[in-house]
Design a protein. Structure first.
Length: 394
């Protein structure tokens, strides 16, 4: 069904890097979400009235809020499609994140409202009316929500959309809460004990938890999150794949919405190559990064020594010592300046940002001492830096 909808409603559906195609995916997901959730709201609301069940009614209004969320997502996706202008040179892509943040607040509000109602039901329980037909309808609801969640996950993976991934999480939460509602009805049928209020409270808490999760996922790119390790490796290998580039470091990526990013990176070039030749290579990489990666890339050239055996030997010693001290650290921009009585070793040291202040201060001091042990003339000028790459998930 997913492939059928994509093929018939999205033109050029395979060209997911195009803003217009991404928007079409978002519009399709929004309309499908509106249809499914309005349908479920009507069904569950009627069932809740018949059963006098607050948990079923809570589930119904949760679906209605999901439909409202789809409307907001639709508006957000369409607004995010607006091209760049003089006031917003990187476009309006972050509006999609803002729309998702609004959705998270709606989910939280619905969860909080029905948590209060459920507490009231716990204090003063109402009579339940068990019907096999009603349970069957709720099972249908689980099937619809499960499909809708998988539908959003598949589209979200295809266009790398955090908003759709959040909708998948929310849909799975709905599946769990509806299943809990069914279990409470079956439990009442078997035992005659009404646990509707308790289940309703659990449903509300799950809904609120989903709202918090959506808010967190959408706030991260707005605040500024670390680079995804896969994105880091992709950009790093792309730049280093060009002849004349010896290495890279200091990659920073700024997210201006799905499919809209700019990045800066330092590229190491041999110091004995004509600067105009290196500059020509850098310009070509920047142009081709825009075409192949859809990335506005700015590259800073760092000349490095490639032939002086003494410099290469000292740098090799420094790298070996640092790996012995802490394999998580690295160095770059290594230069050697010879003086009459001392040798200045000038380099940047990259330290994990999550180290405590004591460790951050200790490592450069240890590095200076270990290099002095190699040669008392060595004087280190170390600039401490942090990487911007997220931790890989195990």
């Amino acid at each position: 069904m997913t492939e059928f909808l994509v093929r018939h409603f999205i033109k050029d559906y395979q060209d997911v890097e195009k803003i217009s195609v991404r928007t079409a995916y978002g519009v399709l997901a929004s309309f499908v979400g509106i249809f499914c959730n309005v349908f479920l709201f009507i069904v569950k609301f009627i069932v809740g009235l018949v059963l006098h069940s607050v948990s079923v009614t809570a589930d119904a209004f949760n679906n209605l809020s999901d439909a409202g969320s789809s409307v907001i997502s639709f508006v957000g996706v369409k607004m995010a499609e607006k091209p760049a202008d003089k006031d917003h040179p990187f476009g309006h892509g972050r509006i999609e994140y803002i729309a998702a943040l609004i959705v998270s607040f709606l989910v939280l509000e619905v969860g909080f409202t029905f948590l209060k109602d459920s507490i009231g039901k716990i204090r003063v329980p109402e009579e339940l009316n068990f019907q096999v037909t009603s349970v069957a309808i709720l099972l249908l609801s689980i099937g619809v929500k499960l499909w809708l969640g998988l539908f959003n996950r598949k589209l979200g993976v295809k266009i790398n959309s955090k908003v759709m991934q959040a909708v998948f999480t929310d849909s799975m939460g709905d599946v769990i809460t509806t299943a809990a509602t069914i279990l409470s009805l079956i439990f009442f049928r078997i035992t005659g004990i009404n646990i509707d209020g308790i289940v309703g409270a659990c449903v509300a808490l799950v809904v609120m938890w989903a709202g918090v999760g959506i808010a967190k996922d959408t706030l991260e790119p707005l605040i500024g999150e670390a680079i995804d390790p896969e994105v880091y490796e992709e950009i790093k290998h792309f730049v280093e794949g060009y002849e004349g580039i010896e290495g890279t470091h200091d990659l920073i990526v700024h997210n201006y919405g799905p499919g809209r990013s700019m990045a800066s990176i330092h590229a190491e070039v041999p110091n004995d190559v004509d600067i105009e030749k290196s500059h020509e290579i850098i310009d070509r990489i920047e142009r081709e990064a825009a075409k192949e990666l859809g990335l506005f890339l700015v590259i800073h050239m760092d000349p490095i020594e490639m032939k002086d055996k003494r410099v290469l030997e000292i740098r090799s010693q420094a790298v070996r010592i640092l790996k012995e001290l802490d394999p998580a650290c690295s160095i770059h921009d290594f230069r050697v300046v010879y003086g009459e009585h001392q040798v200045n070793l000038i380099f940047d040291m990259v330290v994990p940002i999550d180290y405590d202040e004591g460790r951050k201060k200790e490592l450069p001091d240890q590095m200076r001492q270990r290099l002095k042990d190699v040669d008392p003339r060595y004087e280190c000028v170390i600039t401490e830096e942090y990487d911007y790459v997220a931790k890989s998930e195990e």
